[in-house]
Each structure stands twice: as C-alpha cells, then as structure tokens.
Design a protein around this ligand. Structure first.
Ligand code: ADP
Ligand code: MG
Length: 344
C-alpha cells in the first residue's frame, strides 16, 4: 500500500515537473487543402498565431486549388490553349518551382498531371479505372514542358487546350513553408504543423529537445508508426499509397500517377518520406521520388544537399539515404533496414 502511494506521488511529481518546464500548447484542426490540417503552437498568444496560420492557408488554397472553380489555377486551366493568364507572384513562383522539379525528376513529377487526375477521379466522387484509349487520349496533354512562363509579365500559358495544372503534389508544401515563416514573423518559437502528411517542425519542442515525428506504417491503420524521426526547424513529408485510393477488381488504385504510363505508380513502393528544410522541396520530391522508384529516387535524393529520404517497399524493406543517421529510430524489427542500395 505504502509502495503504491509512493509510486503515485512520484508520478504526480514528475507530471508537475513536466508542466513546469514545458510551456502549454494549443492545438487546432481545420479542413484546408482538402485535408485535415493540424497546427500546434507552444507559448503565449497561441490562438492568435493559429488563427493567422489558417487564414493564410485558406488564402493560398483559394489561389492554388484546382478543384475550386474560382481559384486562379482554375482560371489558368480554363484558358489553356487560348491565352496567357497573369497570376500572383507567389503562384508564379510555385509553378516555376514545380516545373524545376519536373526537370530534375525527368518528368516523374509533373504539375500538368491535371487531365489524368480528373480522368481517374481518385479521391473524387466517382473514381473508376479508365479504358486504355481514354488514358492514351489524355496522356498527350500531360507535359510540364508545355507550361510556359512569361517572366516579364508574370503570366502563365498552358500551350494546348485541355491541359490542366494540378498543384496537389506541391501546394501543401508551399503552405507549410509560408506557415512556418509566418509563425517566425509573429514570434512563435515552437510549433508543429501537420498538413495531411506534410509536417513542419518550427523550432524545437522545448528546452532544445527535438520534435519526435512518427512515420506512418503503410501496412497499418493511421497512427501506427514504423519509426520515429527527431527533427527541429525541418519539414518531413510522406507520400504513400494509403493516402487516397480506391479499389476495383481486387486491386488498389492510389493517387500518385506515373505521367509516362497514365496509371498509378506500381513499382513496389508503399511510401516515400523526405526530410528537408523546405517543405515545398520535400513535398515535390516525396511525389517525384515515389514515381522514380527506389534506385533512381535515392540517387536523386543523394544529389541534393540537406535532403534525406526513407523509402518503404512492399516487402517491408526500409531504404535510407546516406544522411538520415541517428535521427531515425525504427519502432521494432518488423522492417529490414537497407542503407546501401545497389545501382546496377
Ligand atoms: P498527398 O499529400 O495529398 O498524399 P502527394 O504529395 O503525395 O499528396 O501528391 C499526390 C497528389 O499530387 C495527387 O493527389 C495529385 O493531385 C498530384 N499528383 C499525382 N501524381 C503526380 C505526379 N506524378 N506529379 C505531380 N503531381 C502529381
Ligand atoms: Mg507531394
């Protein structure tokens, strides 16, 4: 009995101690970018900071959401094959960055994927497997090289009628970068942003302790982690087959499409996590590396300074890029860690 009371006392003291050294946090979840977004802020004025973040995210979404008919991206898509459209500076930069990732991934990441996304309607109201001819017909419209930037006038032209830009693979990353910047401007020193798998850790958690981010186990329901990453002032973005998909004929069709075939990527990968200080880079690369596959994808990650990756394949193998190091700790031994990939 006495022992039990002591244990309770110690636990209570520990809890009180934690409360003393750890400033309180405020957390809120709202639907933006068609996905639940959670913002956690430590310290004073958290509510005001969170308000500001969501207001900014909704503003960005109104410009960049291809499925909102009144967005600037929709206006751009409507004008495809007809006329260039003047766009806000920040949209111009996001499109420019998207095209740059088109170049470095050799077209694996392609922001002109819109007609294919619309055809499959994955995550939409009536997803279906299109016929081979339907895919053939729209494939021709998917080519980031046909997105022209008229720099001096900040205009964008989609060269051919029917082309559509879809920033679903990069806009949340841009949003997370902007939110982190905004929080810094407001004076927030410690916050965690989670925009549907796009994480940004602002500062460290408390007392120079890093944020510990669980990486979703793609074989298990949401909230089950295959390992934990310790980070500060960094973004972690995961693209996985489990994010958005539908099933037909016993097969899973997910939302990451291969622009060269027109079908969901089917290369044995289950998820790709990218660690980078820019969430936009991490977002675009998570999608691009997923399409490129293990060997080419990891080679691309190695070519970037300050970018790391964790890939998971269908055989429960984890492939780590060379600089992940001690920051990542697997949860248990259900996965085999491969830290050197043969390129032949
Ligand atoms: P999410 O975080 O929503 O799971 P991802 O960052 O993995 O999204 O990107 C997938 C989204 O990007 C798709 O829903 C689609 O809008 C778009 N997309 C799909 N395939 C590609 C591709 N090959 N290149 C660029 N964008 C893509
Ligand atoms: Mg992405």
């Amino acid at each position: 009995m006495i022992r039990r009371v002591c244990v309770i006392c110690i636990v209570t003291l520990l809890a009180a101690g934690c409360a003393l050294i750890r400033p309180p946090s405020t957390r809120r979840t709202e639907l933006v970018f068609d996905t639940p977004c959670t913002v956690t802020v430590f310290g004073r004025n958290a509510n005001r900071a969170i308000d500001a973040v969501f207001e900014e995210m909704r503003r960005i979404d109104r410009i960049m959401n291809a499925y909102d008919r009144s967005s600037v991206v929709s206006e751009l898509n409507e004008a495809a094959g007809r006329a260039p459209v003047s766009v806000p500076e920040e949209l111009f930069r996001v499109i420019e960055t998207g095209l740059a990732f088109g170049e470095v991934t050799d077209g694996a990441f392609d922001i002109s994927i819109g007609p294919l996304v619309a055809l499959w309607d994955i995550g939409g109201e009536s997803p279906r497997v299109p016929s081979a001819t339907e895919i053939e017909d729209v494939l021709d419209l998917v080519n980031y090289r046909d997105v022209l930037l008229l720099d001096y006038q900040r205009q964008v032209l989609l060269k051919r009628a029917g082309m559509r830009i879809d920033l679903g693979g990069i806009a949340k990353g841009y949003g997370a970068d902007r939110a982190a910047e905004l929080l810094h401007e407001i004076g927030v020193e410690s916050a965690l942003l989670d925009f549907g798998g796009n994480i940004y850790a602002v500062g460290s958690k408390a007392q120079d302790r890093p944020w510990r981010i669980g990486i979703q186990d793609p074989f298990e329901p949401r909230g089950n982690y295959l390992g934990v990453l310790s980070i500060a002032d960094t973004s972690v973005v995961t693209s996985g087959t489990y994010e958005r998909y539908f099933e037909a004929n016993g097969k899973r069709y997910h939302h990451i499409l291969d622009p060269s075939t027109g079908y969901p990527v089917d290369n044995g990968l289950m998820s790709v996590t990218i660690i980078a200080s820019s969430s936009m880079t991490a977002d675009a690369l998570a999608t691009g590396v997923f399409v490129l596959g293990i060997v080419d994808g990891l080679a691309l990650v190695e070519a970037f300074d300050g970018v790391e990756a964790i890939l998971v394949d269908e055989n429960r193998r984890l492939y780590l890029s060379s600089g992940v190091g001690e920051r990542f700790v697997p949860s248990d031994d259900r996965f085999t860690v491969v830290d050197r990939v043969k390129t032949e």
